[in-house]
Design a protein around this ligand. Structure first.
Ligand code: IPM
Ligand code: MG
Length: 358
């Protein structure tokens, strides 16, 4: 049986980089079936909504989803905000598909470590942020204006069950690595953080093979710059994870090259349903010019093999093919340096696919 993959290219460079990820998956020798659907601004232009029901249905019927990127200046002023690509497509996609576990690795690619804003060895990071993705202040209600629009309310809400299931994921990931988990919260101020810490502590007592510590989010932001190598797996709630994962990815110097996974529960088949996407945006300024870097999309496809299809070996082969293309001096425009060979989006994808076939 082939793996059924929903391919949602989206806007800007999304379709171009996703096509390269599909190309690389096709060169693994694994049997896939790819179905394409619209999302984001492209879907809004086509039918008036950034997340059409047909797209959601395709995702539900698939084993995994490959997403490019959504949004762009063309849709920045779409009203109401719930029809804008980011808010109208990404957030409901996450909650409708129950993608509560966002896995964001920040790993320095050695050939590119000079691009890190941190000096010397501090640039060499290899950590994973596990961000809760369907709860907290992004989704809590009430969320409204009061007082003739002069007061605004957002609600941060977490229930024990939400903390337990994301923490469970983090323990599982920690177990595949150094067995060190740092849970990040703001327990000195927030009630949701106090519940978060309580639950994580209870689970730590039952999972003694993983060592757990807690860090306040402001301290974590500072420690990530001071000594990023102290971190292996960071577990945190939705908004802290949004911020901390951007910071962590910048340290690698390859923000545009990092993948991510958003995972749901395992299906009865045992397969974990997940959505895989680059952390970069739709880069409308370079769309359609063959200048986009497909590596983040390709590494997202590798994560798909690892997390949805339990195929660590093939995932690692893709990751090695990417490093090898970089080691050979191939560079798209965004990471170009003197002495390297400038290649287009498709040339980079071809080179990585070729290495996989070797
Ligand atoms: C991300 C993005 C989104 C988020 C936006 C586009 C809604 O920043 O995936 O990190 O805040 O979750
Ligand atoms: Mg973000």
């Amino acid at each position: 049986m082939p793996h059924n993959i929903a391919v949602l290219g989206g806007d800007g460079i999304g379709p171009e980089v996703t096509a390269e990820a599909v190309k690389v998956l096709q060169s693994t020798g694994i049997d896939f079936n790819f179905d394409h659907a619209l999302i984001g601004g492209a879907a809004y232009d086509d039918g008036g909504h950034p997340l059409p029901a047909s797209t959601l249905d395709l995702c539900r019927a698939s084993d995994a989803v490959l997403l490019g990127a959504v949004g762009g200046p063309k849709w920045d002023n779409v009203q109401p905000i719930t029809l804008r690509p980011e808010v109208g497509a990404l957030l409901p996609l996450r909650s409708e598909l129950n993608l509560y576990a966002n896995v964001r690795p920040a790993k320095t690619l050695r050939p590119l470590m000079m691009a890190s804003p941190l000096k010397g060895d501090r640039a060499l990071v290899d950590l994973i942020v596990i961000r809760e993705l369907t709860g907290g202040i992004y989704f809590g209600t009430p969320r409204e204006r009061r007082d003739n629009g002069n007061t605004a309310v957002d609600t941060c809400l977490y229930s024990r069950h939400e903390v337990e299931r994301i923490a469970e994921r983090a323990f599982a990931v920690a177990r595949t690595r150094k067995r060190e988990l740092v849970s990040v919260d703001k327990a000195n101020v927030l009630e949701t953080s106090r519940l978060w810490r309580e639950v994580v502590n209870e689970m730590a007592a039952k999972n003694t093979d993983v060592s757990v510590s807690h860090m306040l989010v402001d301290n974590c932001a500072m420690q990530l710059i001071r000594d990023p190598q102290q971190f292996d797996v960071i577990l945190t709630e939705n908004m802290f994870g949004d911020i901390i994962s951007d910071e962590a990815s910048m340290i690698t110097g390859s923000l545009g090259l990092l993948p991510s996974a958003s995972l749901s529960d395992a299906r009865p088949s045992g397969q974990v349903f997940g959505l895989y996407e680059p952390i970069h945006g739709s880069a409308p300024d370079i769309a359609g010019q063959g200048r986009a870097n497909p590596i983040a999309a390709i590494l997202s496809a590798a994560m798909m093999l690892r997390y949805s299809f339990d195929d660590d070996a093939s995932a690692t082969r893709i990751e090695e093919a990417v490093e090898s293309a970089l080691n050979c001096g191939l560079r798209t425009a965004d990471i170009y340096e003197k002495g390297c060979r400038l290649v287009s989006t498709t040339e980079m994808g071809d080179a990585i696919a070729d290495k996989l076939r070797q």
